[in-house]
Ligand binder design. Sequence first.
Ligand SMILES: *[C@@H]1O[C@H](CO)[C@@H](O)[C@H](O)[C@H]1NC(C)=O
Ligand SMILES: *[C@@H]1O[C@H](CO)[C@@H](O)[C@H](O)[C@H]1NC(C)=O
Ligand SMILES: *[C@@H]1O[C@H](CO)[C@@H](O)[C@H](O)[C@H]1NC(C)=O
Length: 306
Amino acid sequence: MPYTKSDEPHHSFSYQIAYLVNILGLCSWLYLNNHHSSTSTKGVNAINSVAYINGGAAIGKIDEDFICATIDWWPPEKCDFGRCSWGKASILNLDLNNKALFNAIKAFSPLKIRLGGTLQDKMVYEIGNYPRPCSQFAKNDSEMFGFTQGCLSMTRWDELNIFMNNTGAHIIFGLNALHGKITRQGKAIGAWDPSNSKALMKYSVERGYVIHGWELGNELSGNGVGVRIDVDDYANDTRTLHNVIEEVYKDIEIKPLIIAPGGFFSTEWISRFIDKSSDSIQVITHHIYNLGPGTLYFIYCQNKYL
Ligand SMILES: *[C@@H]1O[C@H](CO)[C@@H](O)[C@H](O)[C@H]1NC(C)=O
Ligand SMILES: *[C@@H]1O[C@H](CO)[C@@H](O)[C@H](O)[C@H]1NC(C)=O
Ligand SMILES: *[C@@H]1O[C@H](CO)[C@@H](O)[C@H](O)[C@H]1NC(C)=O
């Protein structure tokens, strides 16, 4: 996820795009220069590769403080292939009094921390108009992504902001892009309802919480993961987010970045999105899983390839 030049709010959009394209350019260049040869080690197929990198010619720039991490929403009940690996590592239950965690984040200051992940699009915030009570995610296999709707309490939001502020971290918060939409056959339709997100933003502004960027949606672009949003709808929703931010932050000098779509790359989808949203967005994000999805990891681990 390249958050490029994000310390300069409203930085030239074309620069961000140029960077994205350059990254992609680098990837294909590396691919073309890969020489494969197969060998067999202990009965397991291994591939030797040589990658040539031209270190003399920079093709893109990143922030001086370009370093980031994500804290996810997954609850302890999230299990895959018999392993429940998340424990208490969620935004909702991470121990914010842990000294080691505090010092680690502080050591990377200013670390950009993205708060988000799959369940962000099933999350409501305990402010304004939200479905009461403010209940936690509960496991239910019939539900999209395997969990019911979750809720972020304002007590927890306060704790997170105080913790992040004290460590010097910059928050990038992933908003629920499915709010107000209905899902049919893997597609979310209807306009995004920004009211709950707007209430969260207003609350944050009133308390002086500085949010580095608001990102709309997680892996809903292109074909989506579980559910997708058509590009024209997504562009409209991004414009809605832009308008909400203009309104809520009208008296605040430094505006948060508007970020989307945080999904997988599809040339056609992303080109159209950029065409339609260049006025309303500052940063385009995309997700890459170089080691493949969890299923692939499972296959490799089971067979002791890794
Ligand atoms: C799980 O979700 C389905 C569909 O939303 C619902 O009909 C069912 O009652 C839920 N099961 C439990 C145990 O809550
Ligand atoms: C964040 O930290 C700064 C410096 O430590 C402090 O001045 C400011 O009041 C804090 N803001 C909030 C909202 O806690
Ligand atoms: C997007 O917004 C425009 C302008 O408000 C509107 O004309 C158009 O119908 C919307 N598109 C979708 C897919 O909702």
